[in-house]
Design a protein around this ligand. Structure first.
Ligand code: HEC
Length: 111
């Protein structure tokens, strides 16, 4: 939480028009989308399952300026992943609503 506060402050300093992105992500909305899209069968927020913990994803993308674009693509489009040596299709979110997907990505990165 502290880190995201610093991030927000920096965003405000860098860009006067940051008001729109200044809102904290909608936690309940993100969780509902994750559950409805069956993401939690392979992921947990802070423990590794078949997929990485979301905290580990946030850590990996912490300093990546392309994080939002990369993760938006990752959760919106089908990608093959390897689980226990077998190739499986990675899940995609069950919505095409850009605002909901963006909220999910912001929520992911806030962990
Ligand atoms: C069948 C199991 C499975 C399901 C279902 C699944 N994931 Fe994953 N996910 C994985 C695995 C395995 C990886 C690691 C892929 C890799 O690093 O090559 C991964 C990686 C990720 C990453 C990190 C991508 C990166 O570039 O490091 C994100 C974010 C993610 N998943 C989100 C989601 C979301 C959101 C959903 C639901 C729409 C979802 N996952 C559903 C298994 C799954």
């Amino acid at each position: 939480m502290k880190l995201s506060l610093i991030g927000t402050t920096m965003a405000l300093l860098l860009c006067g028009a940051a008001a729109a992105t200044d809102k904290a992500p909608d936690e309940a909305g993100a969780m509902n989308l994750l559950k409805a899209s069956k993401c939690m069968t392979c992921h947990s927020i802070d423990k590794k399952k078949d997929g990485p913990a979301y905290t580990a994803v946030a850590e990996k993308y912490r300093d990546d300026p392309e994080a939002v674009a990369t993760l938006t693509d990752w959760v919106s489009n089908s990608h093959p992943v390897e689980i226990d040596g077998a190739e499986e299709d990675h899940g995609v979110v069950n919505t095409r609503d850009a605002a909901k997907i963006n909220n999910l990505v912001q929520w992911l990165l806030s962990h």
